[in-house]
Design a protein around this ligand. Sequence first.
Ligand code: MG
Length: 250
Amino acid sequence: MTRDTTPAALPTASVEDLQKLLPSVRHVLWDLDGPICRLFAVHSAPGIAKELLHVIHKAARVGNLEVPVLPKRSLDDPHAMLVAISHSWPGTEQVVELEQWLTAQELIAADSALMTSHVEPLIHRWGGSLGVPFAVSTNNSGQAAAKFLATAELDAFFPYVCGRTSDLSLMKPHPHTLLVALAALRADPSLALMIGDAPTDYRAAKRAGVAFLGYADTSDKVAKFRRAGVRSSRIVTSLKEIWAALDSQE
Ligand SMILES: [Mg+2]
């Protein structure tokens, strides 16, 4: 099952922009949720966040900890909620347990995640026929990412999956998962490309010295990228555009 995309109103990359960018790319680092799949398409992020809030209150009672005032935006976003809690309860076993709880939820979500439109032929063309090595760099659990890729029969293209660790300060925009992926691939950062759907992916790529291509399937995401400083020539609204540019250069 795939997801339809909505064309963006703001200018984005032309075929020529992509034809200039792609030939020098020797390694690709993929964000998972967005460019490869919608991880929380069915097992929803707001639903998980709601449940996480209960788990946090329970952990606070057990550990005699105070629940901080959580940022409003985190109430729909389990990652943001977990990061906020890790700032208030640094180095505690409760944070380690909450991260493990979130991993379990992401493993459930992986079973019902929806593959992003056009990602399958793109991966087969780029990673298969053209032989460009890939890795995943994600703020989600690496186990959940690996589970989704195996279910989708795309795991052979991703020998390295670099996901969240119990140290939540290493999540993107920190470049940690990109640096681990680059080292595993023995990749020169200046010849690598990160594909992501959030400004945090862009900032992490910049810090790792890796070129960035933003995937924005809504006009809102295009606008967010532009505000973060991503050039319009480095934003695509569909993965089909990358596929077409690779096709035209063969
Ligand atoms: Mg993402």
